[in-house]
Design a protein around this ligand. Structure first.
Ligand code: AMP
Ligand code: MN
Ligand code: MN
Ligand code: MN
Length: 278
């Protein structure tokens, strides 16, 4: 079978809508041969995902998407091919989940003052894992008919500067890279186009990331628009970063994102999976 990689996905262990095993089955049905489950700040789904991948005959790459703060900006770093038993990594993730919980309670208080009562409790009820993300709030608020869609909720209530937004200091980028390395993984800057950085800020971020030992950049990210791929590819070349590819799939309610349906990486770049065997 042609190898097909999707190295950035979510399950119900964070803000995805499929369970880890449903996600892996979807991926296998879509022809994905190597899937990374990369939930936000948790590795809880990896065990079920591994069992499902073994049963389906595809490879599960254990991963996690870690929330970092760099220069007052939120940056997401995917740790690929990590050992989830890594103690330093797990300690770091546990700290982030505590921050997330406090942030979610504060979001609930702010939304309450803004005339949307009970949002924290309703969001928490959507997630048995206890991982309350902005996506859960968005689903609650959209279901109340206060906005046309989940993404409209972000624009009206949850994005920076909006009533439910709570600014949070996540882990330092350098720490995040160190946690990933301590668990034997490769650190990947996720979806670079999402940070709205100028080219010079992006160079600064990636230069520092490379110095910290960061290994790769998501060159094909999300829907994989050609102009985003071109921009990311030139950054990967400049900083000698490996290239990753991931859909950032969260479930079938975002039909424009499909598992494994990613444009190819520019052929001169070295894929992040090139050192992996099998
Ligand atoms: P959090 O990590 O709790 O701040 O939540 C961030 C998550 O919200 C991201 O991982 C996305 O899944 C989702 N998200 C962010 N912005 C949007 C948007 N404009 N529309 C839909 N989902 C979004
Ligand atoms: Mn998400
Ligand atoms: Mn992300
Ligand atoms: Mn993601």
């Amino acid at each position: 079978m042609e190898p097909s990689y999707d190295l950035h996905t979510h399950s119900t262990a964070s803000d995805g809508s499929l369970t880890p095993s449903e996600l892996v089955h979807e991926a296998a049905a879509a022809g994905v041969t190597h899937i990374a489950l990369s939930d936000h700040d948790t590795t809880e789904g990896l065990e079920d995902a591994k069992a499902a991948a073994d049963a389906a005959g595809i490879r599960l790459i254990p991963a996690v998407e870690i929330s970092a703060t760099w220069m007052e900006k939120s940056v997401h770093v995917v740790g690929l091919a990590i050992d989830p038993a890594g103690a330093l990594l797990q300690q770091g993730l546990a700290g982030l989940r505590t921050l997330r919980h406090e942030r979610a309670e504060e979001m609930g208080r702010r939304l309450d003052k803004h005339g949307i009562p009970g949002a924290f409790e309703a969001a928490a009820a959507l997630t048995p894992s206890g991982m309350v993300t902005r996506t859960h709030f968005a689903r609650v608020i959209a279901a109340q008919g206060l906005a046309a869609s989940v993404s409209d909720v972000f624009n009206r209530y949850l994005a920076q500067g909006k009533p439910g937004y709570v600014s949070t200091r996540w882990a330092e980028l350098e720490q995040v890279v160190a946690w990933i390395h301590s668990a034997g993984g490769t650190a990947v800057v996720a979806h670079p186009q999402r940070y709205k950085l100028t080219a010079s800020w992006m160079r600064r971020l990636l230069g520092e990331f490379k110095e910290m030992g960061g290994g790769a950049l998501e060159v094909v990210a999300g829907a994989g628009y050609p102009q985003d791929i071109q921009a990311a590819a030139s950054h990967a070349r400049r900083f000698g970063l490996l290239a990753s590819a991931g859909s950032d799939y969260h479930g079938p309610e975002q039909p424009w994102l499909r598992l494994g349906r990613l444009p190819p990486l520019p052929s001169d770049l070295t894929p992040v999976w090139s050192p992996w065997h099998e």
